[in-house]
Design a protein. Structure first.
Length: 464
């Protein structure tokens, strides 16, 4: 299996090289040169680890003991669980991992994949993993890479906008190789700065004797890859539970910010999973809703701090991968250059029509989000966090035929204030995930704050 760049399809690298580098040399994102296929019958009756082995081996055939890497990642804490909501709705809970958010599915495995990749490419230097986060990636990356040899993790998060629990999860991390930095700016500012640093070869050269830069954001294909697995696993579980027939199409409603989670669903469909619609559920920062509705991506708009902060994003990096798959590298490169210079681009009509074949979309504001939390709690006796509530409400608005799986991307306890405000009830401490218990009693160990123009100086201070 070879990988190429979204902006230059002449590039060819191995999976190990793609995972180690994170971002392509030309600023593009690594994508597979072709999609492997999986027969739906193959996944029936498999547990999660065996499902992961089946899917991941299609992309990583050269990895020795892939089964062992997967087992090491998930043996203690399996992040996924399926819960019935209604007759035609199921919740795929992705928040049972180390940080109580869906990022754990990938970031519990990525350290093992990265370590194996470093060995494959005979890289002996330290991997300095630079990551921008809108809230959840940071804590998942810090916990996943905590004390992992040959790695250093530096996370940049918005000083304003994330939930108190998300902040505590990052600022109380104590492993010597992980660092959290509050940024005076929003996620888009931080992500743009990190991408710039990853492409700044002169800056990287200062540290090249002993280290190199990589990423744990979903711009790294190693982050995206493990997320494909749970789409297949959920489908298999629905068949086993007699909720659907084998071959029947299933809709997936996904709370969407950086477009990585829903893109994994697109990859699953391209591999052969019977997917009906992928519902791109967005909040008031509705840039993805707009492009999926009218074909124009326009980041020149007001930025809103909402009660679903992990989706407060105006530049969704992984959408570039989708453009590549639908229109090729020339279109991907042209649209990203246009986005950088003018702040917007419009997709060709044929590409937009192809996109609409697979994706549906809806948006919810803060009030609708709280109403959805309250309604599901009352009618179904089930608690949704704000992001998952948006996925639920989007599926309600669209009212598609067939079975719908709602991706629950975070524990409601991570956003307790919003959930309690919506339901009018205090969350029970007995239901609090282990990953979140005792956070308020832990000492604050991460206190760095930086302006967006100071990120290089901050990295230098940490590494030197």
């Amino acid at each position: 299996m070879k990988f190429t760049s979204t902006r230059n399809d002449k590039i060819r690298v191995s999976a190990a090289q793609a995972i180690v580098k994170g971002l392509a040399e030309d600023g593009g994102l690594y994508v597979p040169c072709q999609f492997p296929t999986v027969n739906t019958d193959e996944i029936l009756g498999l547990d999660y680890e065996k499902t992961a082995l089946l899917i991941l081996s299609k992309y990583l055939p050269e990895y020795e003991d892939l089964a062992g890497l997967i087992h090491a990642a998930y043996q203690a804490t399996l992040p996924v669980k399926l819960s019935a909501l209604t007759e035609n709705q199921t919740v795929l809970e992705l928040f049972h991992g180390k940080s109580a958010a869906f990022k754990d599915v990938a970031l519990q495995l990525l350290p093992y994949l990265l370590t194996a990749s470093l060995k494959q490419v005979k890289e002996e230097r330290k991997a300095v993993i630079l990551t921008a986060t809108s809230g959840d990636t940071g804590s998942a990356a810090m916990s996943g890479f905590s004390n992992v040899a040959q790695t250093e993790v530096i996370v940049f998060y918005p000083e304003v906008g994330i939930s108190p629990m998300q902040r505590l999860q990052m600022t109380t991390q104590s492993a010597p190789n992980v660092h959290a930095v509050a940024v005076r700016g929003n996620f888009d500012d931080a992500q743009r700065a990190v991408k710039g640093i990853l492409q700044d070869h002169d800056f990287a050269a200062q540290f090249s004797a002993r280290s190199f830069f990589s990423s744990a954001n979903s711009i790294n294909f190693g982050r995206l890859l493990p997320q494909i697995v749970y789409y297949f696993w959920a489908y298999s579980q629905l068949v086993s539970a007699d909720k659907i027939k084998i071959g029947e199409k299933v809709n997936f409603s996904v709370p969407t910010g950086n477009f990585g989670d829903i893109l994994a669903g697109y990859y699953a469909k391209q591999m052969g999973l019977p997917v009906g619609k992928l519902i791109c559920a967005t909040n008031k920062n509705s840039v993805l809703y707009d492009v999926l509705t009218n074909g124009t991506y326009d980041r020149k708009r007001d930025f809103y701090v909402t009660n679903s902060p992990s989706m407060d994003i105006l530049v969704s990096s992984n959408f570039e991968r989708l453009i590549y798959h639908l229109g090729g590298s020339a279109l991907a490169k042209a649209t990203q250059e246009e986005l950088a210079t003018s702040g917007k681009y419009t997709l060709p009509q044929a590409v937009f029509e192809d996109l609409r074949e697979t994706f549906a979309t809806e948006k919810c504001d803060d009030q609708e989000t709280e109403m959805a939390i309250a309604n599901v709690a009352k009618k179904e006796n089930y608690l949704l966090d704000p992001h998952s509530a948006i996925a639920y409400e989007a599926s309600q608005k669209l009212d598609l035929s067939g079975h719908t799986v709602i991706l629950a991307t975070a524990s409601p306890y991570k956003f307790a204030k919003t959930v309690e405000q919506a339901t009018g009830e205090k969350l029970s401490l007995t239901g609090q995930p282990k990953a979140l218990s005792g956070l308020t009693e832990r000492p604050i160990t991460q206190t760095r704050i930086a302006d967006i123009t100071q990120l290089k100086a901050t990295i230098e201070d940490i590494l030197c």
